[in-house]
Structures are given as C-alpha cells and as structure tokens.
Design a protein around this ligand. Sequence first.
Ligand code: ATP
Ligand code: MG
Length: 473
Amino acid sequence: MARVLIIDDDPAMAQVMSALCTEVGHTAITYSSASKALKLLMSHAPQLVITQSNAGNGSDLEVLKACRASLPHVPVILITGNKSVSGAVAAMRAGAADYILKPLHMGDLKEAIQRALSDAGSYFPDSSARVREGDSFENIIGRSARMQGIFELIGKVARTDSTILITGESGTGKELVARALHFNSGRQSQPFVAINCSALPENLLESELFGHKKGSFTGAVQDKVGLFEEAEGGTIFLDEINSMAALLQTKLLRVLQERVIRRVGENLNIPIHVRVLAASNEPLFEKMKAGGFREDLYYRLAVIPLEVPPLRERREDIPLLVEHFLQKHAVFSKSSRVATLDQRAMEALCSYSWPGNVRELENAVERACALCENGVVQLSDLPPHVVKSEFLSQSGAVPQPAENYATSSPLPIGRPLSEFIAAQERRFIEETIRANRGVRERAAQVLGISSATLYRKLDAASMPPIQKVADSL
Ligand SMILES: Nc1ncnc2c1ncn2[C@@H]1O[C@H](COP(=O)(O)OP(=O)(O)OP(=O)(O)O)[C@@H](O)[C@H]1O
Ligand SMILES: [Mg+2]
C-alpha cells in the first residue's frame, strides 16, 4: 500500500484517479490547487505523486520540479496534453518517472502507477544507493569535524529505537539527518512519515497525528487513519516540535509513555511500534527552561540530543556543498551540464554568513546555474546581497556584524547610496536572525516588522519556495 498524492486542477478528474488508486490498494490524497499541495508536500510524505494541469505554460513541469527538489526519491507521474517530443523529453529530463498523454486511459495510469512504485528508488540511482548502503550518508555532505561527529553519532544510534531530538537553525539539514537515521535503521523498508507541527492548527494536527472517527467534529466526514498508524513499523518525524501547543504536548507525552494512540472521538487504545524523531529550529532546552515546552516531554524526546551546527560555524563544508549542488542542479537542467565557479564567486560564497544555512546556499547555487553563461558562474550570477557582503568586506575576510561596516570597512565610494543602505539593512536583518538562532518570525518581532516584510527584504528569490509558504501558514 502506498500513499499517493494527486494534483489535478480538475477536481472531478482527481476523484476518478483517487478511486483508481484505492481500487489497486493505495491511499490517495487529492488537491486541485498545486500551490496548496506543494505547501503540504513534506507533511504528507507521499510515496508517489501524480500531477495533471490544464493551465498550460509548463505549470505541470513546475510542479514536477518542485516535487523532485523536495522529495527526490519520490516518483512523479506527469499527465499532459503536450504531445510534442520536446515536451516528453523535458518531462523526463526534469525527472518524471513516467509521462502519460491525454486523453487519459485508466489502464495506462494503472500500469504507470505499478511501474513507478516498483521502480521507486532505482530510476534515481542516488536514492537507492542511499537506502541500501547501510552506514553511509552520502547525500549529507560535510567534511568539517562537526559534521563528521554527526555522521559518527548517526552511525551509532540509527539502529537503536531511541527517540532523538535534532536541533539546529532553519536550513541546516535536520530533515536530512532524520532521513539518514531512518534509512540506516532496521526500519528502512517501513514508512518514514514526516509532519511539520507548525503547519497545522492544534485540532487538525491532533487528528493528522492520531486519526479521527467519523462525526467526531465538523468536517470529519469519514474515519481517518493518523500518521502514527501510517508509520507503523517505521519512523515518524515530528518537525518543528517547538511549535506544538501545550495540550497536544500532553497527549504526545502519553503516547510516548504508553506506546498507544487514541483516534479523536474514539476510546479505543491502538498499540503503535513507531520510532519517534523530532526536530526543533529553536533551542528547545532553553524554551523548556523558560516554561514554553513541557519538561517531561523534553526529556522523553531528547533521549539522544543531536545538534546540527549552522553553516557559518563549518565554512570548510561550503566548497563541497557548492560542488554537490552544481551537480544536483545539472541533473534537473536541460543541458545536464555541470557548471563551474570562478574563484571570486567561490570566495564570495565562502565568506558570506548564510543565515538561511545550507538551504539558502542551495538556492543561491541553483539561481546562479540558471543565470550563468557558458557554464561558468561569476560574481554577477550570485544573489546581490551575497556579493554585496563580499564587496563591503573587500579584503575577502569573514563578514563582521553590521555596525562594523560603518566604522571599520572601507566605504564603497562610487556606489549609489541606495545600494549601500540596502546592504546595511540586509546585514542588520541577518545579524538579528542569527541572534535569534535562525528563527525568522522572532527576528521579525524584534525588528518590529512583519514576517512578510522580513522575507521580502531578504530577497524573495533567495528563499526556498515551499518552506516559505509553509512558514507563513
Ligand atoms: N549537509 C548537507 N548536504 C547536502 N544537502 C544539504 C545538507 N544540509 C542541508 N541540505 C539541503 O538543504 C536543504 C534544507 O535541509 P533540511 O530541509 O534538512 O533543513 P532543516 O534543518 O530541516 O530546515 P528547517 O528547519 O527550515 O525545516 C535541503 O534541500 C537539503 O537537501
Ligand atoms: Mg525541516
């Protein structure tokens, strides 16, 4: 049985496909809005995505690319009206597991679903290697001592059933670590189910986690199996656990202690055999000490604490990560050509402070690959704020906090005032984000601006599209 996510802007068609999935023994979730589906992509953790769009303009390709970027090991079937060979080639290059032409025949779809699920993992060689190779974590890049220490810890604890709390600023790779823990455990052939606890209001999160009985609240039109049950035998990853409401924390504690769940509206105890991994993008110990998180739950979760350091504290990983992302981008690009970086561009990347950590670096590299000419990334292909920090700290030294620029750095005489002020503002915002351990919402509060303004000022182009929407839910 697989979890299938169906995205089709025609709801009737989505229902037909959903019925087919159920008929062949899978569970399906349907969305008629691609943006909504992509928002919840990570929390649904689908094992197969089927997408169809009547909107044209390559919108289905965009959905395909977004899915491949967020969940590279999940096959995507594209249903399209584009009958040209170039359309098919573009879809396969963008990583589609299969490509079906309209008008859609259910027989074709059924076959494609079976094929995609049986091939899952092998059509993208990277991921099958990742799953099979017991104790290597080749998709997590890092040669720094801090990352090596993390690899060692993963190696030691992956095979245990201990609950692990992964902390670290946003974009440091917490989810990647959680996946490595699962795929290197004895549970690797069982489900890995991830849920972002900040993406749903409390009551919906409860029914998402534990399921509900039909009629238990308005909108509960049928019985629903919760994610704990879906993860049976495998691993559940409770992301952004720091944002879980107090009452739900109490319920989760009971589940961890008694290893049983109760669906909302039902009195039956259902035993579960699920390993729990949790992540927090703010220091949970401090939050617990300040009374913002249950102490007993904290200690239940943090049986083994694992902290992923911010990128600025392991700069020696940057060149390796850049190389990795250049190659990763080539897989998705039309030309499949791996771009290279000129020296100044690499220096700028190595000296920037990366408040959005590895995710921000990945976005910058992806952007540069799209903009660069002749396959060589230059300074001008990098996001302006990355270059500006290099340009302001002209010596190429590691950037200093904002106020130092005004006093100790050589002033960039000859440049427009607006550019200088924008660079100062940006550094100030970044330092505030850093002082708040990467939690942008808190930084926005401190700065007295809305989160939306903060994101806008940080340059929408350098922010991850999916996470950005999820954050603002
Ligand atoms: N060490 C790494 N090697 C390769 N890719 C990485 C590494 N760390 C992070 N990434 C990539 O950076 C992006 C962000 O990683 P991830 O989602 O695991 O971060 P996170 O800590 O869960 O962030 P958030 O708190 O915002 O959810 C992903 O695309 C991931 O593949
Ligand atoms: Mg995450």
